[in-house]
Write a new protein. Structure first.
Length: 245
């Protein structure tokens, strides 16, 4: 019997990357007077690096650091921290303004889970401030039902390393046969599978062409009526099939 669903945030709860995080990074760069703008194709490439701070560091290592700004703030590390803080505040604001709605089927599936006493959790590399803003979209009653949120730098190694899902297993104290992960990216899929968890993929803007051959099921979205692609019963079947494999 299914007893827990673990959600990724970006691309799963909200399709955030193109019109949320990318916009937030660009506005943060402009705010700091850094002449950098990540267009849609470039950001797609940068998404191969998990974590916003790591993404900026990878970009600057390849294309050059804004040396004056790093010196002004004391170090490259301080620049990354300051940029990421500004970017998080900007993207949380976008969510609060309603610019980034929950994806189709998410509220429906959460309600199905709550009605069946299925526990809910989130595992994401996003900053805790940002995921808090996303969970606000569910309303206070549903938000309170998320039993744990593992976010940001809570683990040392980010996806595709399975560490964050190993932490989720510790939080749940359930056998993997009673849990399902919902992800949207190959990095997330590899992290879930590395922890021995069944994983459903709901593709997002940037991940639709990624390799999901290891996934238990791949859908374009969870869906709302009349086009419902995934129900709670479907997730229960995935968990059972994973346990029997």
């Amino acid at each position: 019997m299914l007893k827990a669903i673990i959600f990724d945030c970006d691309g799963v709860l909200v399709d955030t990357e193109r019109d949320g995080h990318r916009v937030g990074f660009n506005r943060a760069f402009a705010q700091f007077g850094i002449d950098v703008e990540w267009d849609v194709p470039l950001y797609g490439k940068l998404l191969q690096v998990a974590g916003g701070k790591e993404r900026m560091r990878a970009y600057f290592e390849e294309y050059g650091w804004p040396a004056n700004k790093a010196a002004e703030l004391g170090s490259r590390d301080e620049l990354i921290k300051a940029l990421h803080k500004a970017k998080t505040e900007i993207t949380a604001g976008l969510v609060a303004e309603g610019a980034l709605p929950l994806r189709p089927g998410i509220v429906r599936l959460v309600d199905e889970a709550l009605a069946a006493d299925v526990r809910l959790g989130v595992c994401t590399t996003s900053n805790p401030l940002f995921i808090d803003a996303v969970l606000d979209l569910f309303g206070p009653d549903r938000k309170a039902e998320f039993g744990f949120v593992h976010a940001g730098d809570v683990v040392a190694r980010k996806k595709p390393d399975p560490e964050i899902y190993e932490l989720a297993k510790m939080s749940l104290e359930l056998p993997v046969s009673q849990c399902v992960v919902i992800e949207d990216s190959r990095n997330g899929l590899l992290a879930a599978k590395g922890a021995g968890l069944p994983c459903l993929i709901t593709t997002s803007t940037y991940t639709v062409d990624e390799d999901f051959s290891e996934a238990d099921l791949v859908v374009p979205e969870l869906g709302d009526a009349p086009t419902i692609n995934v129900t709670l019963a479907d997730l229960g079947e995935l968990a059972a099939e994973h346990a029997a494999a």
